[in-house]
Design a protein around this ligand. Structure first.
Ligand code: VG1
Ligand code: CO
Length: 473
């Protein structure tokens, strides 16, 4: 099967499986889906990130949609996924095709399809599209017209998605508090779509921003536009070296993920940011509802929910599932350990820009560093240490993995197993409340091991025993 939709869309290596031909076949399959849903007139937004040939792939895809009589709203520039999601929920279109491989390295591209509800398409939809796309790859039967033809038929309009999205964030964030607090922020958009969004909002609202990597670069400075601790070393130096900078912020390739550094340049795991934000929403902002997290995300979220007496929903990995709860208005917010977060009344899609701004608001309002706030939270709800390890998916590991997952180990690091959860991968809950989860990534060729424990020592022991379990004979 050539085309495979994973955790968030179809991804491939440019010129290997991500080719113009395959992208057009996927566009035809999505066109068929949209036509079947009777949504041709409402049409689709077409967006892209600044990857090599991204805009050109996007124009090819728009040509296929137009040939199928679907109205195209073509983004005038590389655009964040959450800005697209906001345009959808504002009623601008019946969905979007976004050309992005998100945090994946520069040699990847991808297609994210979001239907009318604004979140990432659910498996029943992507399965339909996947099946049809693979048939079209074999038959070669897709339609296409040129941009000029589409425009002359009135099927293709250019659209700027920035202003409305920014206006909405201006209403959702307490910029007065941030301005009065008066500290500076450093921001690394990693050469990608956050540029001209997060920085602009902050500057327009009177906050000084020190920027690095603030021009589009298809190579993202080498590697991938992933706002992880390793990638944010340069930003950390800037934050550490300037006493007026109170926070380091970053976003990924399509700006749906965030990255955060405390005032001293220390990288803070997204798990902790998610729990702090959820606690802040309920405790300080008075939001009402439950919370949601993916199966791979910290149980600190559960502890926050318990503390406030609200429900905690556990979902498979992929923001589409949390997005559903947001769309239904059931939760104050939800997050994924991979740095995905959104809130009630906002897009049912992760939003790295909103998460960054909300965190800044929280730090300004509480006037305390993140580490201090985390200490406060621990003292109220308990201590949680989390970690994630990625193991390269070798042929051997790929073959052995399903069999390993059928085994019933006695325990990990000498701690017995209390429960096994299989909603995504295999998660073992251990007797003392620590846990370990094994799953194959749906966006990268790796197996992920997620671990959580109440102390660093225990955490390390469980990771080691998990590695031995998965890699040992
Ligand atoms: C990863 C993350 C998941 C996230 C997905 C898409 O999936 O774990 O939480 O929703 O990427 O993120 P996986 O299957 O590789 O673990 V993005 O920013 O690349 O759209
Ligand atoms: Co992303």
């Amino acid at each position: 099967m050539t085309i495979k939709f994973g955790t968030s869309g179809w991804r491939g290596i440019i010129a290997d499986d991500f080719t113009t031909y395959n992208a057009k076949c996927v566009a035809q399959a999505i066109s068929d889906y949209v036509v079947e849903q009777g949504q041709s007139k409402e049409g689709l937004i077409v967006g892209y990130d600044p990857r090599f040939m991204g805009e050109s792939f996007a124009r090819d895809i728009a040509g296929v949609l137009s040939a199928n009589n679907i109205n195209v709203l073509f983004s005038v520039e590389a655009v964040p996924t959450p800005a697209i999601a906001f345009a959808i929920i504002s009623g601008k279109s019946a969905g979007a095709i976004n050309l992005t491989a998100s945090h994946n390295p520069y040699n990847y591209n991808g297609i994210k399809y979001s239907p009318k509800w604004g979140g990432p398409a659910l498996p029943e939809t992507t399965k339909w599209i996947e099946e049809h796309a693979n048939e079209i790859v074999d038959s070669g039967k897709f339609k296409e017209i040129t941009e000029d033809e589409a425009k002359s038929k009135g099927l293709w309009t250019d659209i700027d998605l920035k202003a409305d999205y920014i206006k909405d964030l201006n209403e959702k964030i307490d910029f007065d508090t941030i301005k009065k607090w008066g500290k500076k922020v450093a921001y690394d958009p990693i050469f990608a779509t956050g540029i001209g969004y997060l920085d602009k909002i902050l500057i327009d609202n009177g906050t000084d921003v020190v920027m690095i990597h603030d021009k589009f670069d298809p190579y993202f400075g080498g590697g991938g536009p992933d706002p992880s601790g390793e990638k944010l070393v340069e930003l950390a130096k800037i934050v550490e070296g300037d006493n007026d900078i109170a926070l380091g912020l970053a976003t990924d390739g399509d700006a749906d993920r965030f990255g955060v550094l405390d005032f001293d340049g220390r990288f803070i795991e997204p798990n902790y940011i998610i729990a702090l934000l959820l606690d802040y929403l309920i405790r300080v902002k008075g939001f009402e509802g439950g919370v949601a997290r993916s199966v791979a995300t910290t149980h600190l979220v559960d502890a926050v929910a318990k503390y406030h007496g609200v429900k905690c929903y556990e979902t498979p990995v992929g923001f589409k599932y949390i997005g559903e709860y947001i769309a239904e208005g059931k939760i104050v917010g939800g997050g994924e350990e991979s740095a995905g977060f959104s809130i009630k009344g906002h897009v049912p899609e992760k939003d790295g820009i909103l998460a960054s701004l909300l965190l800044l608001e929280m730090v300004a309002r509480e006037n305390k560093s993140i580490v201090e706030q985390l200490r406060d939270l621990y003292s109220r709800v308990g201590t949680f240490m989390t970690s994630r390890v990625n193991l390269k998916l070798t042929k051997d590991l790929d073959n052995a993995f399903p069999e390993k997952m059928k085994l019933n180990p006695k325990g990990f690091a000498g701690i017995a197993i209390k429960d096994k959860i299989t909603i995504d991968g295999t998660k073992f809950i251990l007797d003392d409340g620590s846990w370990i989860l094994f799953r194959k990534s749906g966006t990268e060729p790796v197996v992920r091991i997620y671990v959580e424990a109440s102390s660093e020592v225990k955490l390390k022991k469980i990771i080691d025993s998990g590695k031995e379990f998965i890699l040992g004979a």
